[in-house]
Every structure is written in structure tokens, then in C-alpha cells.
Ligand binder design. Structure first.
Ligand code: PLP
Length: 429
């Protein structure tokens, strides 16, 4: 594969942007090598500036569930943008978007649109703090909620640590208010609430942890968090930026039958445009400005072009059989990869829920963060590059979930599995 044009662009970019990128994982730091630069994308494929085509299992980190440049999404954007790119006054598409989200995710009785997942999670914890009058929040090891100060806190060992900021620039006094728990550990959560329950404003959790690859909740775990929050008067926030409209039409909360107080969204609801949202109980959402005192605002929030892309995508995913097909294809991929690894004698396991999956270079089961971290990163890196050279693009990190779109058909999966058989044989050595 020739990468001359990507290489030249990256050399320029390194002088102009930190690490040559606008978001860290794109720089390929953890897998080594240089990123490729996209020229365009269609269906299940990314095409780079040197003309190489890749089957794309990232889908812009989640939004492209209907495939890249879907004609219906492009047509919706095209129609709306001709009437103006931004108004700064309300527009009808915002109402349709709010109707659609509240219908598909009934725990969201009201919703506020923002411009990214980070904005959504920041706003949700401000609301939890404002509504409860408490300051502490609880998050889980391996969960990522965007780059807000309160979330850039790493877990220490043991059941609970006071927050330790893991990025310079996060004040220790703020990080101290973030408590970190091991995901899927029932007892640790109970103990923390027994000790500090009266101080906890809210618990924020990825219901399926997609930022430590793909860790599935233990049976009853999300319900346990629900019960603890209800008992201690804390707000339960499901961060469904990744899982929302990805693992089921109603998100992880529909799949597991657990009702959070607040939910955050991003990715799919923007159909590839910069969009986020948070929503939840009406009594809580009414406390947001201007109906209530808790401030949150955005110049471009509810942008008509972004709403059009998101609404067209949300329309596509409501087609009968949409999720069943996605799940069947993802199963085909996961089973085929497992067979290829087994045939080569490589320790390997996959996890997944519907069209979201994790690949681990170790034996299963994967129950928590420590299991995920024990995956063989060096082997993953060889797998990643071997697949990339054969035109298959998995996430450039051993700890990111992968995604399928409805445009990933049998051809793309057959190509992926043929490549994987070669690569697993190579890396077995
Ligand atoms: N929450 C989760 C679960 C995410 O996966 C992400 C991003 O990947 C975010 C929040 C932050 O979203 P954004 O990158 O749009 O700010």
C-alpha cells in the first residue's frame, strides 16, 4: 500500500497541530506508525488520500451506524443547508428531534441538545449537583465520559480512591470530588454508598463499557446501581453517548430494563455531525435554564443541518429488522475472528452487544477493567497493522470498542475474515 500523500500531510500536520491531529487516538500513538488521511467515505468503506480502501469498523467512532454518506442522510442535509446553516433562533427540526428522542427513549421526558458527548456529560453532572445540592460524583474504572475536568480522574487500586487527576490542568480540589469504583463490583458500590451516600450527587456510568474495549454489565449490576441511587437520593446517569441507538433502538437502558434519571447521548443522534444531548426526568430537566436556575447554553445547539443529519439517521434505524441484521452480521464477524484465532493457536476472545464489539488478545471471560487491561497489547498492535495492510481498519487502540454499520455485508465480512486468517497465522509465530 502506498501512503505517500498521507505521509506528506502528516508531516505538515505535526508542525501545525498537537501530535498532528485534532483528537489524540487518531495519531496511532499506541499502535505505532502514522495515521492515514481520509479523502472520502462510502457505505462500509473509508478511502484515503492515496486511493486505498479500508473496510471501516470504527464508523467515525460510532455515529455512522447507517454507513458512510448514506444517500438519505446526505439528501436531508443538502435540503436543509440551502435554507441557511444556523439561525440562532428556534427551528422546527429541534422539536422533531426532541419528539423522536423522547419517544424512542421514554426515560427522557425532556431533552436538551448540545454539540458533543462531552458537553452532554458535563451538563448532566452539573444538573445532578445542582438538583441535589451535593458535590461528589461517582464514575467507574475504564469508563470515559469525554474530556471534562471531573472525568479525567483515574482509578487507584482498591475499592475506592479519592480522585487523582490524570491530566495536568485538572485541579486536585475538583478531582477530589470524583470517586472511582471498579465496574461490575456490587460490593464496592454498596460500601461506597454506605460510607458516603449522603454526599453523592450522582453516578455516571457507561452501561456497557465501550472505552475499555467492550465490557458487558454483570447480570443485575445496573439494577444494583439504580437501587443504590434511589435509596441514597443520588441521580443515576447513563452515559449512552456510545450505546444510545447502537445496542438497541432504546439504548442499553431498554436492553437491560433499567431506568436512569438522566441519559447522555452523542454520536448516532448527529448522524456524523457534531451533536450531543442530555435528557431525563421532567422535574430534573425543568431545573435547566431558562426554566430553572442551572445554567447551560450553546451558540450552535440544535443546529438545523446537524438535526437533519441526525433525524435522517434515526429514521433509518427504525426500519424493521435493522438491529436484528446488525446483530447477525456482528455475530458472523466475531465468530469468524474467533475461529481464525483458534485455528492459529492465538489466545483471543471477543465480547459484544448487538453492533458493538470488543477484541481481546487473551482468553475470556472479560468481566471487568482488570481483565480488559490484561489483554496482550503488543499482539493487538501486530494484528491491527496486519489488518490495515490488507484493507481492514479496526480502532488504533487495544482498548476501544468496534462498530458495524448496516452497510457491512457478507462481502466485507468475508474480506475481513480472509485477512484475519493470514494475520492470526503471522502473529501466532
Ligand atoms: N461518553 C462516551 C461514552 C464516549 O464514548 C464519548 C466519546 O467517545 C464521550 C462521552 C465524549 O463524546 P465527544 O467525543 O463527542 O465529546
Amino acid at each position: 500500500m502506498n501512503h505517500d500523500n498521507s505521509h506528506a500531510l502528516f508531516q505538515q500536520a505535526l508542525d501545525l497541530m498537537p501530535g498532528g491531529v485534532n483528537s489524540p487516538v487518531r495519531a496511532f500513538k499506541s499502535v505505532g506508525g502514522e495515521p492515514f488521511f481520509a479523502k472520502r467515505a462510502e457505505g462500509a468503506y473509508l478511502i484515503d488520500v492515496d486511493g486505498n480502501r479500508y473496510v471501516d469498523y470504527i464508523g467515525s467512532w460510532g455515529p455512522m451506524i447507517a454507513g458512510h454518506a448514506h444517500p438519505k442522510v446526505i439528501a436531508a442535509v443538502d435540503a436543509v443547508m440551502r435554507d441557511g446553516l444556523s439561525f440562532g433562533v428556534p427551528n422546527a427540526l429541534e422539536v422533531t428531534m426532541a419528539q423522536t428522542i423522547t419517544r424512542l427513549v421514554p426515560s427522557c421526558e425532556m431533552v436538551r441538545m448540545v454539540n458533543s458527548g462531552t458537553e452532554a456529560t458535563l451538563s448532566a453532572i452539573r444538573l445532578a449537583r445542582g438538583a441535589t445540592g451535593r458535590n461528589r460524583i461517582v464514575k467507574f474504572e475504564g469508563c470515559y465520559h469525554g474530556h471534562g475536568d471531573s472525568f479525567l480522574v483515574k482509578a487507584g487500586s482498591g475499592m475506592l480512591t479519592l480522585g487523582v487527576p490524570n491530566s495536568p490542568g485538572v485541579p486536585k480540589t475538583l478531582a477530589d470530588l470524583t470517586l472511582t469504583l471498579p465496574y461490575n463490583d456490587f460490593e464496592a458500590a454498596t460500601r461506597l454508598f454506605d460510607d458516603l451516600g449522603g454526599d453523592i450527587a450522582g453516578v455516571i456510568v457507561e452501561p456497557i463499557v465501550g472505552n475499555a474495549n467492550c465490557i458487558v454489565p454483570a447480570e443485575g449490576y445496573l439494577q444494583h446501581l439504580r437501587e443504590l441511587c434511589s435509596k441514597h437520593g443520588a441521580i443515576l446517569i447513563f452515559d449512552e453517548v456510545m450505546t444510545g441507538f447502537r445496542v438497541a433502538l432504546g439504548g442499553a437502558q431498554a436492553l437491560y430494563g433499567v431506568t436512569p434519571d438522566l441519559t447522555t447521548f452523542g454520536k448516532i443522534i448527529g448522524g456524523g455531525m457534531p451533536v450531543g444531548a442530555y435528557g431525563g426526568r421532567r422535574d430534573l430537566m425543568r431545573q435547566i435554564a431558562p426554566s430553572g436556575p442551572i445554567y447551560q447554553a450553546g451558540t450552535l445547539s440544535g443546529n438545523p443541518v446537524a438535526m437533519a443529519a441526525g433525524l435522517a439517521t434515526l429514521e433509518l434505524i427504525q426500519a424493521p429488522g435493522f438491529y436484528e441484521n446488525l446483530e447477525a452480521r456482528t455475530r458472523l464477524l466475531r465468530d469468524g475472528l474467533q475461529q481464525a484465532a483458534d485455528a492459529a493457536g492465538v489466545a483471543f476472545t471477543t465480547t459484544g452487544v448487538c453492533a458493538m464489539f470488543g477484541l481481546y488478545f487473551r482468553e475470556g471471560p472479560i468481566n471487568g477493567y482488570a481483565d480488559a487491561m490484561a489483554s496482550d497489547g503488543a499482539r493487538f498492535n501486530r494484528f491491527f497493522h496486519g489488518m490495515l495492510q490488507r484493507g481492514v481498519y479496526f480502532a488504533p487502540s487495544a482498548f476501544e470498542a468496534g462498530f458495524l454499520s448496516s452497510m457491512h455485508g457478507e462481502t466485507e465480512i468475508a474480506h475481513t475474515l480472509a485477512a484475519a486468517r493470514e494475520v492470526f497465522a503471522d502473529i501466532a509465530a
